[in-house]
Ligand binder design. Structure first.
Ligand SMILES: Nc1ncnc2c1ncn2[C@@H]1O[C@H](COP(=O)(O)OP(=O)(O)OP(=O)(O)O)[C@@H](O)[C@H]1O
Ligand SMILES: [Mg+2]
Length: 265
């Protein structure tokens, strides 16, 4: 279980990015975090894996209090948190397989990884994951030869090979076309279900958030203004999160997309 209590972040610039955010995410839940640009979504994710130091409050993952950890213990705890990024963050000149295996770096010693000597169990698991996401034949291609959707699949494999308890996902589809975005969100969702993973997914697309999460948290100006079912995102709630706009068309589109999705299954 992931538990955030009174999490606050004020950057050195004085920006108050998170204001006393409290959230409990049960194991296996896929949570979509939505909100306008600057709401604090990325800050929240980064405070969890301590890419950003919280100003105050606590972050507790499976009874380990993350902000209190020393650097060695933090490294260990980070293994349990897989990250997936908008820009994929792949090493361009390395192969798909090497990029996936780099997810094991937190486990494999420096010299072993320097000489790219990964245990055969890691290589086997990498092949299994690549097969699962439909990239088996691409294993030996260089990362810079892939399309955006394929890159993101590699990013997903790299996060999963860490064997994480928690997936932290920041705008996974922001660089992808609508169809690929849907496929990627569906894949992340299915993998979480298959492996019982908890996930927090920052996403701008309200429709995708509704289709592929079990819970939605809406942030505005660093505060939680909505926390509930995907179905509960009424035009009023969207106005609260994003400000004045006519949201009724978005809601209708969500209903249609959801029906399409059911027909696909
Ligand atoms: N490194 C930083 N230094 C100073 N201020 C920052 C830093 N990163 C973010 N902020 C500020 O914190 C607030 C929240 O930013 P954050 O990046 O978390 O928002 P976001 O919801 O992820 O936005 P977006 O949807 O555009 O990615 C903003 O006011 C931003 O300017
Ligand atoms: Mg962001």
């Amino acid at each position: 279980m992931l538990k955030l209590e009174m999490l606050t972040k004020r950057y050195n610039t004085g920006d108050l990015a998170l204001k006393e955010v409290s959230l409990t995410v049960p194991d296996g839940q896929v949570l979509a975090l939505i909100g306008p640009s600057g709401a604090g979504k990325s800050t929240l994710i980064r405070c969890i894996n301590r890419l950003v130091e919280p100003t105050s409050g606590s972050v507790n993952l499976n009874n380990v209090d993350l902000p209190k950890l020393s650097s060695g213990a933090l490294r260990k705890a980070r293994r349990k948190m897989g990250m997936i990024f908008q820009e994929y963050a792949l090493v361009e000149r390395l192969t798909v397989m090497e990029n996936v295996l780099s997810g094991r770096l937190g486990y494999v010693g420096f010299w072993r990884s320097y000489f790219r000597k990964f245990p055969s169990s890691d290589v086997k698991e990498a092949y299994r994951l690549l097969d699962r996401v439909g990239l088996l034949e691409m294993a030996d291609k260089r990362a810079d030869e892939l399309s955006g959707g394929q890159r993101q699949r590699v990013g997903i494999c790299r996060a999963l090979i860490q064997n994480p308890d928690l997936l932290l996902v920041d705008e996974p589809t922001a660089s992808l076309d609508p169809k690929t975005s849907r496929q990627i969100m569906r894949l992340i969702n299915e993998l979480c279900e298959e492996q019982g993973l908890t996930a927090i997914i920052n996403i701008h697309d309200v429709l995708l958030a509704q289709m592929f999460s079990q819970r939605i948290v809406g942030l505005a100006l660093g505060e939680v203004v909505y926390d509930g079912d995907p179905d509960g995102l009424t035009p009023d709630v969207l106005t609260q999160i994003y400000g004045e706009e006519d949201w009724s068309a978005t809601i209708e589109k969500a209903d249609d997309a959801y029906e399409d999705e059911l027909e696909n299954e």
